[in-house]
Design a binder for this molecule. Structure first.
Ligand code: NZQ
Ligand code: ZN
Length: 385
């Protein structure tokens, strides 16, 4: 196992009746910025309940946060937070709203423009306003981690940042809030969580038995329950297990003491920045191609994955690896997420622009061994067609 330091300070309140914890978590005299997206939390009643629970506290609304939140829109929120002397940021929504909250909470404490956060990957953050979360979509794990991704629309830059100051103070995970999530986002959420586990698991062995078994448990849970969330959207136990699986997939636990890849995510970010694909759509396209191109370097873990997640025991090593990759692709398709660039109207002509973006963002040595250079990314993208 590799050396590691690990801390996750986010308090989780999990279950049907946990919205009431807001009252306990947020100080009575807090000046709260209430952040939300395009209106789903208005339609499903969550926002009204949040307001009611917050009672007499000063509330400053900021809605309209887009999927893949933009620097342009968030800059308006930062201005509002500063002007209204906000002391607490509460995200009510999915990963985009939570990421937005982290950015706003950090930028509101800075004299300089918030773009510095993205330019420094979060290293310039020395303090933030406290962030709380009411999660409505099981997917990113942002509710329990210290990272976020923000897009500058004017320049097609989708940039991640992280800081130890960016963990939410608390997150309320009430699975009933996810019942209204449409099938497309259910599929996206399962695929995103699945790929988060893979990025931390499917690298090379370092004798991290606990992390491997945890990761495999999460993958098996997603494979078993993901399709059920589509066929039985009102099934509480399914929603509850998916919600917790998605948080555990990216709260640092399974990634401590192991090598991490993240090349699929970095290439995926460029696909979103240039072509507007949903985050999980990019992952469903890139991951099978990435595993295929990197099958040699990842062979030991691919064989372990084939056996323990897909129960593949017969045939040659190469056949088992091939089958595991094919089953991964089938699973994404089963979740309703297409796995070929052609399904999104992108052909080979789009590849040079994506490579140019990767180069511009310094994504020229990706993967667990930093071996994925631009020519290898090009090969991966060709296999995505
Ligand atoms: O905007 P509203 O109207 O709220 O609708 C949203 C949005 O259209 C809808 N939705 C959310 N909860 C719902 C609901 N619809 C009905 N009922 C509900 N209960 O779902 C749509 C997608 O929401 P979004 O927040 O964008 O989805 P997700 O949670 O997948 O977040 C994606 C963003 O997170 C970033 C991605 O890059 C992307 O920007 N990521 C953040 C990570 C992190 N912080 O650790 C890691 C991930 O790899 C990812 O990069
Ligand atoms: Zn992701």
């Amino acid at each position: 196992m590799l050396d590691f330091s690990y801390s996750n300070p986010t308090r989780i309140h999990f279950g049907k009746s946990k919205l009431s914890k807001l009252n306990q978590e947020i100080p009575a005299d807090a000046r709260v910025m209430l952040l939300y997206g395009g209106g789903s939390v208005i339609r499903n009643g969550t926002l009204a309940e949040v307001r009611h629970t917050l009672g007499e506290r000063y509330l400053s609304d900021f809605g309209g946060i887009e999927p893949n939140p933009s620097y342009e829109r968030l800059s308006l929120a930062v201005e509002q937070a500063k002007a209204e002397d906000i002391s607490y940021v509460l995200a009510v929504g999915g990963g985009s709203v939570i990421d937005a909250a982290k950015y706003i909470a950090a930028a509101a404490c800075m004299a300089a423009d918030g773009w510095a956060i993205l330019e420094s990957g979060g290293r310039c953050i020395i303090r933030t306003l406290p962030v709380g979360v009411v999660l409505t979509l099981a997917a990113t794990g942002s509710e329990m981690n210290n990272s976020a991704v923000v897009t500058r629309l004017s320049t097609h830059d989708k940039i991640p940042f992280a800081s130890r100051h960016c963990f939410p103070v608390f997150a309320i995970l009430d699975p009933t809030r996810t019942m209204s999530v449409p099938a497309r986002q259910v599929g996206n959420g399962v695929v995103d969580a699945f790929v988060h586990v893979i990025e931390q698991y499917l690298t090379y062995p370092v004798n991290a038995h606990v992390q491997d078994r945890f990761a495999e448990g999460l993958l098996l849970t997603l494979v078993e329950l993901g399709p059920l969330a589509l066929s039985e959207p009102e099934n509480y136990e399914v929603r509850a297990n998916l919600m917790w699986a998605a948080s555990l997939a990216l709260n640092g636990l399974i990634g401590a003491g192991v090598p991490q890849d993240w090349s699929t995510h970095m290439i995926g970010h460029e696909l979103t920045a240039v072509h507007g694909l949903d985050h999980a759509q990019t992952l469903a396209v890139v991951l099978p191609a990435m595993l295929s191109v990197r099958r040699q370097e990842k062979s030991q873990k691919l064989l372990q994955y084939a056996e323990r997640v897909w129960d593949l025991r017969g045939g040659s090593r190469e056949q088992r690896i091939e089958q595991a990759i094919a089953l991964t692709r089938d699973f994404f398709e089963q979740m309703g997420v297409a796995t070929r660039l052609s399904s999104y109207g992108i052909d080979a002509g789009g590849i040079p622009k994506l490579l140019e973006q990767l180069e511009r963002h310094g994504m020229v040595a990706l993967g667990e061994r930093r071996e994925i250079t631009l020519p290898i990314s090009a090969k991966v993208l060709e296999q995505c067609l």
